[in-house]
Design a protein around this ligand. Structure first.
Ligand code: NAD
Ligand code: UDX
Length: 424
């Protein structure tokens, strides 16, 4: 049955969640403090770069409206998802300001609302946040009791950028955290049109499932990269190794692509938040400390390989192919291109960069490097570094070039005159 939902936050998660819920037949009000995001959605445009999202917004315009007015949105709906950002503080701990601010406002509105409203935290928060702090803020500001006067749940999100719509509409599982059966049923009904595999548990367990999933995938990547570094020294191709290892059904081949490590808005932030939260609980997560250390070192190995061929980078032009943290996104948050470009600049190299989607975002943090509108002009440089595996890089002519490859582009591997892969 169709539900009336409000989603607080129109970023990657809020916008995709709201649009997909509308596509499933629900009436959706999207809320953001950023009026440009709201305007964009109401005009039928996606406020974020995400394949297929704009078409889906247009197809479901009847059931989607966006606003900056949180009060009206919550008042006019029965269920509210909180999907605001939870960025890192400088010490790696999680910044919950946006979540708490949204909860204060929601609490005030619940004070005047008679019907049973359900609030669901979709943002990634440290285990224990929702059933303690979030609950306390909502109860204090509404004067009501969670589980009795209003519902409170956690429903972490597992979508990947670049594949977000598909991931949302065909999830491996939906994790529902609720400490009362009425709330669990409400969340289950919302997802019913997808007929997904559902895992229902407590709020706190749902929160830690999210962190553990991201931390495990990040661990797989750093582990693969360490073995990949050893493979390089031994003259072995790490791709062959992980193709062989991944055939074991207990292991799975996913997330074994070796290279310059993981970036993005989730893995680095969530692993650091887990480490920081565990430390506060008096627990030491040694494996995850190593995962981060390996990930920090990995992009710099690329520079070591470059110097085998160009020992002095001062005054040399170095071409960069790819700035986004992965292909099919314009997102550069924690991109491995950031430490690479930073090191090149500090060694006096002239950097010329190309990315099909992420150059505008990169320009904000590196305004002084040269950006070019074609991948082929990057190949004019003294050497080329490949940092993101965009499909179009498979179709360039690498003959006569020095290429140091952090993402395994076969065309470069087969045709560059001098070629180094970071783990192969
Ligand atoms: P984002 O930064 O892209 O978007 C957050 C949005 O919330 C922004 O548009 C901001 O203006 C808005 N906002 C902040 N405070 C608000 C308020 N009080 N009222 C209304 N709007 C408000 O963040 P994101 O990438 O969508 O991530 C959201 C959460 O989901 C985070 O906790 C993140 O860790 C988690 N998550 C992200 C992904 C991903 O791939 N990006 C995947 C799974 C989970
Ligand atoms: C990730 C999780 O996959 C998703 O479930 C969660 O909701 C959000 O965080 P995302 O950050 O969008 O999604 O991208 P993902 O495809 O997981 O890649 C993350 C980083 O890991 C990228 O920098 C990518 O290049 C790197 N990666 C991924 C590898 O280096 N090797 C791999 O095998 C896979």
């Amino acid at each position: 049955m169709s539900k009336s939902l409000s989603i607080i936050g129109c970023g990657y998660v809020g916008c995709v969640t709201g649009t997909c819920f509308a596509d499933m037949g629900h009436e959706v009000t999207l809320v953001d403090i950023d009026p440009s995001r709201v305007y964009s959605i109401n005009e039928g445009h996606s406020p974020i770069y995400e394949s297929g999202l704009e078409d889906l917004i247009k197809e479901n315009r009847k059931r989607i409206c966006a606003t900056t007015d949180l009060r009206t949105a919550v008042n006019n709906t029965d269920i509210t998802f909180i999907a605001v950002g939870t960025p890192s503080n400088v010490d790696g701990s999680i910044n919950l300001t946006y979540v708490f601010n949204a909860c204060k406002e929601i609490g005030e509105i619940l004070r005047e609302k008679d019907s049973f409203h359900v609030i669901i935290v979709k943002s990634t928060v440290f285990p224990g946040t929702t059933d303690t702090q979030v609950r306390q803020i909502l109860e204090e500001h509404s004067g009501k009791k969670a589980g009795i006067d209003f519902g409170l749940g956690a429903n972490p999100e597992f979508l990947r950028e670049g594949n977000a719509v598909q991931d949302f509409l065909s999830p491996d599982r939906v994790v529902i955290g609720a400490d009362d059966p009425r709330t669990a049923n409400v969340i289950r009904d919302i997802y019913a049109p997808l007929n997904p595999q559902i895992f229902t548990t407590s709020i706190r367990t749902a929160e830690i499932i999210k962190y553990t999933s991201n931390a495990f995938l990040a661990t797989k990547i750093s582990f693969a990269n360490e073995i990949g570094n050893l493979c390089k020294t031994l003259g072995v191709d790490s791709k062959d190794v992980f193709d062989g290892v991944g055939m074991d059904s207990r292991i799975s081949p996913a997330f074994f692509r070796t290279g310059i490590g993981f970036g993005g808005s989730c893995f680095p932030k969530d692993v650091c938040a887990l480490l920081s939260g565990a430390r506060d609980c008096g627990e030491k997560l040694n494996v995850l400390n190593a995962v981060i250390a390996t990930n920090e070192a990995q992009p710099l190995r690329l520079l070591g390989l470059l110097k085998r061929h160009l020992p002095n980078l001062k005054g040399k032009t170095i071409g960069i192919l790819g700035l986004a943290f992965k292909p099919d996104t314009d997102d550069i948050r924690e991109s491995r291109a950031i430490p690479v470009v930073s090191s090149l600049c500090s060694e006096g190299a002239e950097v010329i960069a190309y990315d099909p989607a992420a150059m505008d975002n990169f320009r904000h943090i590196f305004p002084h490097i040269t950006y070019t509108s074609s991948a082929s002009s990057v190949l004019e440089a003294d050497a080329v570094l490949i940092l993101t595996e965009w499909k179009e890089f498979e179709y360039l002519d690498y003959s006569g070039k020095i290429v140091i490859d952090g993402r395994r582009i076969e065309a470069a591997r087969n045709h560059a005159t001098i070629y180094e892969g970071v783990c192969w």
